[in-house]
Design a protein around this ligand. Structure first.
Ligand SMILES: Cc1cc2nc3c(=O)[nH]c(=O)nc-3n(C[C@H](O)[C@H](O)[C@H](O)COP(=O)(O)OP(=O)(O)OC[C@H]3O[C@@H](n4cnc5c(N)ncnc54)[C@H](O)[C@@H]3O)c2cc1C
Length: 125
């Protein structure tokens, strides 16, 4: 809760900055009149945005569940091909990202494409 309140205050500071003045309008929710921590907590509303990922993340570190070819570490003949293998939340909606992972899995399984030696998700372009 403390982190969320700090995030809200930071968002307000950015929104109220001079640089944003030409785009700014009145705060819609919870509204500029709501200031103190208790009021903010009571007026708050939180959603997941329905994009959970990463419960079986891909990688080579001890916390990774699948390797770079989507094979489950320590288990033979089992791959995971879904949102759970994303090492972190992508800066994109997850549906198309899952489809891209699935297309990649097809390429890996059929041997149609070279697989990189290191994860590329999150790497600088
Ligand atoms: C309400 C909502 C809105 C969303 N809106 C968007 C959006 O606008 N844009 C976007 O990009 N993403 C959106 N998403 C996210 C996106 O839908 C998911 O990230 C994506 O579908 C995840 O794909 P997945 O293959 O990992 O899992 P899922 O799509 O959940 O697929 C899992 C499948 O496994 C099946 N299954 C489960 N258990 C078993 C079992 N025991 N045996 C056999 N089958 C089983 C399920 O029936 C399901 O078909 C939304 C998600 C939700 C919930």
């Amino acid at each position: 809760m403390d982190d969320m309140l700090a995030g809200l205050r930071l968002a307000r500071a950015v929104g109220n900055s001079r640089a944003m003045s030409s785009w700014r309008n009145d705060e819609v929710f919870p509204g500029a009149a709501v200031h103190d921590g208790g009021q903010l907590q009571r007026s708050g509303s939180v959603g997941t945005y329905f994009h959970p990922v990463g419960t079986c993340k891909m990688g080579t570190d001890p916390a990774a569940v699948v390797d770079l070819e989507l094979r489950v570490h320590g288990v033979e003949c089992l791959r995971i091909v879904d949102a759970s293998v994303m090492p972190s939340l992508p800066a994109a909606n997850t549906n198309a990202t899952v489809r891209a992972i699935a297309e990649r899995a097809v390429a890996i399984i059929t041997g149609d494409e070279h697989v990189p030696a290191e994860p590329v998700i999150g790497a600088a372009a």
